[in-house]
Design a binder for this molecule. Structure first.
Ligand code: AMP
Length: 326
């Protein structure tokens, strides 16, 4: 029986943080390890050019993320791992999709609106979700493991697929976003905002040293009162820590609440810091080892790119034919 296909990408904009891990990578690894999916996971270097960047830092950022993905459990024997720009069909299909995507649909994207407010606008930032649709369609993916900030983009991909299929005949699978139990990890120092590298004090990186993790967790914003209770509306800080800890320890949130009944926030936070440290220790070690041999890491991704190219070229040829190109 044909397996379902899982596709997702991650931007090389710096070191991965536990939001990336818990929101997307962990889910991607789980789908891979379930044996029920053919998985394509890639470093979306072209997407990352839509933000601010320095050319001389990009190679290192790509290596960082590639090593982080491998260290976190993506396995080139089970998944096709590659770099987006090494598979030209992504941008080629992106162009075709640009020509059928209404401006109005793109203008509604909240991520674009948020980012456009904060930085200098560029056309790439605006059309980014169209390239993302191409990323998904080339492999006939039905599931896309992502954080919930990407839901609207996956929904747009479904709209584009329907539009294309309606006009040119059945060609693209309508994909669905799939989530882990932690689709939105919040910043430790501002639990109203998503964890992101742009808020470094509230962001734990997957290879932060134990003392750095401890410092960040101990200074995490908690809420008034002193009860360790899950209540995202009134206690967003504590609830965020509970969600992270539950996902990493495998303990139910209720179990954690019971464990800390009558105890102070300080004791709870020490526990949280220890859970995070223990969980990421082997990942940190594997990543450091991989980065000692960057050529080997790049070779793994080059082999994946060769595999991805074959599949993507075939799909692109089908699309060219459907739209009448010769
Ligand atoms: P990006 O760095 O934007 O390419 O993000 C890679 C993946 O991590 C995407 O699927 C995002 O939705 C996910 N992600 C990023 N930040 C978070 C967060 N704070 N919580 C959950 N998922 C996240």
């Amino acid at each position: 029986m044909q397996k379902q296909i899982s596709v997702s990408g991650i931007q090389p904009t710096g070191t991965l943080h536990i939001g990336n891990y818990l929101g997307m990578l962990k889910g991607a690894v789980d789908l891979q390890n379930s044996g029920q999916y053919d998985c394509f996971y890639f470093i979306v270097d072209l997407h990352s050019l839509t933000g601010e960047f320095k050319a001389e830092e990009k190679r290192q950022q790509i290596l960082e993320v590639a090593a982080g993905c491998l260290a976190a459990g993506l396995d080139p024997k089970q998944s096709t791992l590659f770099i987006q720009s090494h598979v030209p069909a992504h941008t080629e299909l992106g162009w075709i999709l640009n020509t059928i995507t209404p401006m109005g649909e793109l203008s509604r994207m909240t991520q674009y609106k948020d980012k456009a407010d904060r930085m200098e606008n560029n056309v790439g930032l605006f059309t980014y979700p169209v390239l993302m649709a191409a990323d998904i369609f080339l492999y006939n993916a039905s599931v896309v493991p992502v954080g919930d900030d990407q839901d609207q983009h996956v929904e747009l991909a479904r709209t584009i697929a329907r539009k294309f299929n309606g006009r040119f005949g059945q060609t693209f699978v309508e994909p669905k976003a799939v989530h882990t139990t932690t689709p939105r990890v919040m910043s430790l120092d501002n639990p109203e905002r998503k964890m992101s590298k742009s808020l470094p004090a509230g962001c734990i990186f997957i290879d932060d040293a134990p003392e750095v993790i401890k410092k960040k967790v101990m200074s995490a914003v908690t809420d008034s009162g002193s009860e360790v209770k899950y209540d995202p509306t009134n206690k967003p800080g504590v609830s965020n820590l509970l969600e992270i800890t539950s996902a990493l320890s495998g303990k139910e949130i209720l179990e954690l609440e019971i464990l800390f009944t009558g105890k102070q926030y300080g004791e709870f936070k020490s526990y949280v810091a220890q859970v995070i440290t223990d969980y990421f220790a082997p990942i940190r070690e594997r990543k450091a080892k991989l980065l000692k041999n960057p050529e080997k890491v790049l070779k793994i991704f080059a082999a994946g790119s060769a595999k991805a190219n074959k599949i993507a070229e075939k799909k692109l040829a089908e699309v060219y034919e459907k739209v009448g190109l010769i």
